[in-house]
Design a protein around this ligand. Structure first.
Ligand code: SAM
Length: 277
């Protein structure tokens, strides 16, 4: 009996690699970062972004990240032969992203000569204006990670803050009031974040996917279920598909609540999948 040929409309993966990616959790072991080069305190690994990009797009398609930081999404897109656009509010980060992209283009040489990669210094809340000004093509996929509310400012994150100082990382993204990480009211933060993703919708192709990497946050002993709130609220504008849980197995445990209370060491992020249906 002849097997039905595998028709793949979404990506360029073989069935085995496709299935492997569909597991709902993963542990990612990225190569170590270059020391001292990048001050950004909350990057996701380029190798992680590349796995997602290669699942949700085909070569030559367009990937976008409206809060691109120092450009992990752009480097991942470049390495997998996808065009990309990144917006970032903090000019230092946007400049670093631009430099890293330029270096990577030289490294990759001929293989990316037809691949475009654009870093835009701007406010994602003005996406409609930016898209017109820069003449955006239709977008095939978005992968992004927002500020985890104002957690970089949080007192409870003191030890993390100290770690950032020791490691030479920024202890906040910027002083800019347009920086979502500087909004202290949780509901206002959530509303502004959702507004940005909703405003992007007309620029994304029908049935294209959006992946948002995010975490529930703890502040003053209280849990703010950012990932779950975002899934529920944004699920009114896109179809929420599900989550893929990124487990981090390379972080030292801290003795929070030892001997008295349950306080988790939260070493997982949600990669929320939405679809423009
Ligand atoms: C979690 S970080 C993203 C890191 C990025 N994925 C990387 O690997 O470098 C969130 C980013 O959102 C940026 N940001 C905050 N508010 C913004 C806004 N209104 N428009 C664009 N970027 C913003 C911050 O400067 C920060 O770099």
């Amino acid at each position: 009996m002849s097997k039905r040929p595998f028709v793949n409309r979404l990506n360029d993966l073989d069935p085995k690699t496709w299935l492997k990616f569909q597991k709902s959790w993963f542990v990612h072991a990225p190569p170590p970062r270059k020391k001292g080069v990048i001050r950004h305190p909350a990057k996701f690994p380029e190798t992680l972004a590349q796995d997602f990009i290669e699942f949700f797009t085909k070569r030559g398609q367009v990937v976008m990240d409206p809060m691109v930081g120092t450009g992990s999404t752009l480097l991942a897109a470049l390495r997998s032969g996808r065009h990309s656009i990144g917006i970032e509010l903090n000019n230092n980060y946007a400049e670093i992203a631009g430099q890293l992209v330029a270096e990577e283009m030289i490294n990759l040489g001929e293989s990316v000569k037809d691949i475009s990669c654009q870093v835009i210094h701007g406010n994602a809340a003005q996406i409609t204006k930016i898209a017109k000004e820069f003449n955006f093509p239709d977008i095939d996929y978005i992968i992004t990670s927002p500020p985890y509310w104002d957690m970089l400012h949080a007192k409870g994150a003191q030890t993390q803050k100290e770690r950032r100082v020791t490691e030479g990382l920024d202890t906040q993204y910027s002083d800019d009031p347009e920086d979502l990480g500087n909004i202290h009211d949780y509901d206002e933060f959530l509303r502004k974040l959702v507004d940005i993703y909703v405003e992007i919708k007309p620029f994304i192709k029908p049935r294209a996917y959006l992946t948002i990497i995010v975490k529930n946050v703890k502040k003053g002993g209280k849990i703010y279920p950012l990932a779950w709130d975002l899934a529920r609220i944004l699920g009114e504008s896109y179809t929420l598909k599900d989550e893929k849980i990124w487990c981090q197995d390379d972080i030292r445990l801290a003795p929070y609540g030892l001997g008295s209370a349950w306080v988790s060491n939260t070493f997982h992020h949600y990669c929320l999948q939405f679809r423009n249906e």
